[in-house]
Each structure stands twice: as structure tokens, then as C-alpha cells.
Design a protein around this ligand. Structure first.
Ligand code: NAD
Length: 496
């Protein structure tokens, strides 16, 4: 790996503290960082290098996967961390960066590379990008990259505008649009499960699959992120990116190679095949919800409208459920139900693939009581497992059946420790210049396009029933109706 200089804009922010620096620390322990590397935290505050290092040490102690190794590795790791006080709008700051980059190359050679991680509010990204371009900090496309955090745009038009602007300044291969779900081991494992096994792919289509469900449920409220959430909502915050990306992994065709663009082309095909919703149909395909006040873990919990920095009349949704169709041969008329929300009954992200029921003619009537279709459940987080449900005979004299689960789990403690966090995988890919797990411009736009009709209808038509669910529930009743109308119900993981 080439010597690497990493600038983290927003170096004093929450993401840098909780995820980025701890992830870089773990990469360092594993020997995945380049020989010479320097991490420069960039922020508005006037803080000394020693103070910044002390803050980062505290964050690693608190958040790193192997924080117990802090003492052993810290002194060497920390020598590579420094801080730059920076005013985004001042040329002086970028000149300082250009001088730092020049000195880094002089010391470590012309192979050196530079990475800018924009861990700042999205509205600051264009300012930074223009200045980086103006100061020729990213003029070599092979040796310079920029990472953009989500949200990438606010809707289709703003994402297109941002893509056009960036496209004028940089090459697409320099632009890394992050969706941290794609760095999760369990999400990447979907490709292994589907394409490295002969068992599933032959039946992975409308002939055998009844429907697919994706749940990304959180028990937490919006916490202190009121002002961000007021401009976002569940659809933009979760469905446009993480949920649709999981859907793509389930629905994509087999790639002919693991080349970045090949995988991304196959995912794009899925997004482009999503059935377009007419405005008048949105109410049949999408349900929104907002949590009201209630009780959570024995304590009084505020409703969304009572949260800090939230409009007391806010109509922003904290829950969304949508029924999608992928209009191609493989998925003809197979519904994909997705749901996501805050303050729900359990923290779980899972994908459920339900197969068509086997015919039960030959079995006695009583067997029909417990007859269940086969189901493959992929636990993404926090449970990381794959369970295949099938019918088995209950031991005893009669032909009584019961559904049983065959479980593959990553759960053993040792294995969990060995698993890189999503941000580790993704940062390593940025350093190595592998964009496979990052969103290309056309993918981001296709994802916005898929939810644009829902956003427009919801934007024009205020909800009449908000708040419509209580903390600790599974969301509004309409979400149950969305799936029950088709004869199904939402799957959750069994309590173990
Ligand atoms: P944050 O508010 O904690 O940090 C933002 C950083 O930007 C701070 O260091 C702040 O000093 C800096 N900043 C703000 N205005 C500035 C200005 N005018 N000039 C210079 N610096 C300025 O935010 P965060 O939670 O760290 O999130 C950063 C980005 O990552 C956002 O785009 C967010 O949507 C995204 N993100 C965060 C998380 C998370 O878990 N925190 C998860 C996913 C995506």
C-alpha cells in the first residue's frame, strides 16, 4: 500500500470519535494501514495536537472493538495523528493542506496518496470539494480520493446537482459515497450465500419465492439528532440508502466477476427495475408513522414532537414501510416488503426470504395446523446469523409436523472479535482504492428516483393520524395491514 495522508474534515465530530478513529486504530493493529501514514483531524476548534491525541485515545478506549489493546499500541499509533485548525472558507487553511501534502510526498515519495474524509454536515461538502479542487489537492485521480458521508442529496434533484458539480471537478473513481451498511460482514455475506452455493440460486426466483421482507428496526429514539431528523425522516434516512442496498443484494443477478463496476452495474439494474409508483397508488404501497409519547423500559418516553429541536407540529415520519416490486423476469410479481423505524419493539435488522408453500395434500389434516412454508432469515445486526426454516416430523406415533430452524451463527465470542466493523472494511477499501462497496453516482440517483413519488405525496399531503404508534410497538397498525392484505405477516427473530 502506498504511503497515505488522511485528512478527516469534522475530526472533532461524533462520527470521527465513535467510528473513524477507532476503525483506523483496529486497522493499524491488524497491519492493514500503509507503512507510512498520517491522520490529520481537521476542525474549527483551536486545539493542540496533544489535546486532540488525548481525546482520540479516550474515544478508542471507549469505542474501539479491541480497546483492551489501547495501551499496547497507542504510543506508536498516536505518533501518526495530528490536528489542523481549519476554516472551511479560508484559502489559508487549504494552502496549509497543500504544503502538508507536498512535504508528505517529499518525505515518502511520489507514490504517496491523499484521502479526504468529509465527515461534516452534507451542506458543507460542496464548499470543501470546490476548495480542494481549486488548490489542486485532488488533481491526480490515481492518488487522491474523497469520501462523502450520507445523506448524499436530499432528493433526486439535489443528488443530481451534487453529482454534476462533483463530476466537473473530479473523476468518478475518486468519489467514494459511503453507505456503511455495505461494509457489514453479514451484508457482504449475502453474495457468498447466494453465489457460492449451488443450493439457493436455482430456486432464487419468482417460481419458488413468495415474498421478501427487510426489517431495519431500532429501539432508540432520534436522541439528540432532532435538527438533522427534521430535514430527513425514516424514508430518506434509512430506505433510500441502507434498505434499498440490502434489497439490491438480495435481488441482483449473478455478477460475472467481483470487479467494482460489475457488482455496481448489477445492483443498478435492480434499482432501475423497481416499479414506478404513480402518486395515486402511493397510499397502497407505503405507510408512514411517527412515535407518540409512551413508556420505554419502565420509563416515560417523549414523543417525537416533544424531542429537542423538533417542531411540536412536525409531520416528519419516524417509521416507514414500503412494498416494492422488481419488475424483471426473476422477480415477476414477488413483493419486497421493507420497514424501518425508531423506538420499535426490538433492535434488529433482518432479511426474510419466504418460499412458496409446499403442497400438503398427502399429509393428514392435523399436519396442516403447523404447516409453514420454508423461510430463510438472514440476521444482519445485532444477531448475525442465517436460519433456514423447514418442516420436520415431531417425534411420536402420529404424523405431526413442526417447523424447525437450522442455524448458522457468527455468534461465538471469538469470531465476533475477529469481525471488522463496517467502517474498518470501508476505510481499508478507500485506502486500497477499491470502490466496490461504495455508491456510484447513478446508483444514488436511481435510489432517490425509487422513493421520489412517496416523498412527493407525503410532502404534499400532511398525515392525519400523527403520532400513530407508541414506543416499544412495531409501528403503526397500517404497516401490519400493508402486508396482511396480501396474506402475510412481518417476521421477527425468535427470542432465544
Ligand atoms: P457532528 O455534528 O458530530 O460533527 C460535525 C463536524 O463538522 C464537527 O467536527 C464540526 O466541528 C464540524 N463542522 C461543522 N460546521 C463546520 C464549519 N462551518 N467549518 C468547519 N467544520 C465544521 O456530526 P457527525 O455525527 O460526526 O456526522 C458527520 C457526517 O457523517 C454527517 O454528514 C452525518 O450525516 C454523517 N453520519 C454520521 C453518523 C454518526 O453515527 N454520527 C452516521 C452516519 C452518517
Amino acid at each position: 500500500m502506498a504511503p497515505t495522508l488522511i485528512y478527516i474534515f469534522g475530526g472533532t465530530g461524533d462520527l470521527a470519535h465513535r467510528k473513524l478513529i477507532p476503525a483506523l486504530f483496529n486497522l493499524y493493529i491488524d497491519g492493514y494501514l500503509p507503512g507510512p501514514f498520517t491522520i490529520v483531524g481537521v476542525g474549527r476548534s483551536k486545539i493542540e495536537e496533544s489535546t486532540y491525541r488525548a481525546q482520540m485515545r479516550k474515544s478508542i478506549k471507549e469505542f474501539a472493538r479491541r480497546s483492551e489493546l489501547t495501551t499496547k499500541y497507542w504510543s506508536k499509533f498516536s505518533k501518526n495523528i495530528t490536528f489542523q485548525t481549519h476554516d472551511l472558507n479560508s484559502d489559508k487553511s487549504y494552502k496549509e493542506m497543500a504544503a502538508g501534502w507536498k512535504a508528505f510526498q517529499e518525505e515518502h515519495g511520489k507514490e504517496s496518496q491523499i484521502i479526504f474524509y468529509l465527515s461534516v454536515a452534507p451542506q458543507l461538502a460542496p464548499v470543501i470539494a470546490k476548495r480542494l479542487h481549486g488548490h489542486r489537492l485532488c488533481h491526480d485521480p490515481k492518488r487522491s480520493r474523497m469520501v462523502f458521508e450520507k445523506p448524499f442529496g436530499h432528493d433526486l434533484a439535489s443528488a443530481q446537482e451534487l453529482n454534476v458539480m462533483l463530476g466537473k471537478l473530479f473523476r468518478e473513481e475518486q468519489i467514494y459515497r459511503i453507505d456503511h451498511f455495505l461494509g457489514k460482514e453479514t451484508v457482504q455475506n449475502i453474495l457468498a450465500l447466494r453465489f457460492a452455493n449451488a443450493l439457493f440460486e436455482p430456486i432464487w426466483n419468482a417460481n419458488y419465492i413468495d415474498h421478501v421482507q427487510i426489517t431495519a428496526a431500532e429501539t432508540v429514539s432520534i436522541e439528540s439528532r432532532g435538527s438533522y431528523y427534521e430535514s430527513s425522516g425514516a424514508l430518506r434516512d434509512m430506505v433510500q440508502n441502507h434498505v434499498l442496498q440490502m434489497l439490491c443484494m438480495v435481488a441482483m443477478e449473478a455478477p460475472i466477476s467481483f470487479e467494482a463496476d460489475e457488482i455496481r452495474n448489477k445492483k443498478l439494474d435492480v434499482l432501475q427495475a423497481l416499479r414506478h409508483m404513480r402518486p395515486e397508488d402511493v397510499h397502497r404501497y407505503a405507510v408512514r408513522g411517527q412515535y407518540g409519547p409512551g413508556w420505554s423500559k419502565g420509563k416515560k418516553a417523549a414523543g417525537y414532537r416533544q424531542e429537542k429541536a423538533v417542531d411540536p407540529q412536525s409531520n416528519v415520519e419516524t417509521f416507514a414501510a414500503v412494498k416494492f416490486y422488481v419488475d424483471n423476469w426473476r422477480w415477476k410479481d414477488v413483493p419486497f416488503y421493507v420497514r424501518t423505524g425508531k423506538t420499535l419493539a426490538a433492535k434488529e435488522t433482518l432479511i426474510t426470504v419466504q418460499f412458496r408453500p409446499a403442497p400438503d395434500y398427502a399429509f393428514p389434516d392435523e399436519a396442516a395446523h403447523t404447516w409453514r412454508p420454508n423461510r430463510l432469515v438472514i440476521g444482519i445486526a445485532p444477531k448475525m446469523d442465517i436460519r433456514l426454516r423447514f418442516q420436520a416430523k415431531q417425534p411420536g406415533p402420529s404424523m405431526t409436523l413442526r417447523p424447525v430452524d437450522m442455524v448458522f451463527s457468527y455468534a461465538s465470542r471469538d469470531e465476533e472479535d475477529c469481525q471488522p466493523e463496517a467502517y474498518e472494511t470501508l476505510l481499508q477499501d478507500v485506502i486500497e482504492g477499491n470502490p466496490t462497496l461504495f455508491m456510484r453516482a447513478d446508483q444514488v440517483e436511481a435510489a432517490w428516483k425509487a422513493i421520489q413519488p412517496i416523498m412527493e405525496v407525503w410532502g404534499h399531503k400532511p398525515p392525519v393520524d400523527f403520532p400513530n404508534y407508541t414506543p416499544g410497538s412495531w409501528g403503526p397498525e397500517d404497516a401490519e395491514a400493508l402486508i396482511a392484505r396480501d396474506g402475510f405477516n412481518w417476521a421477527t427473530l425468535p427470542e432465544v
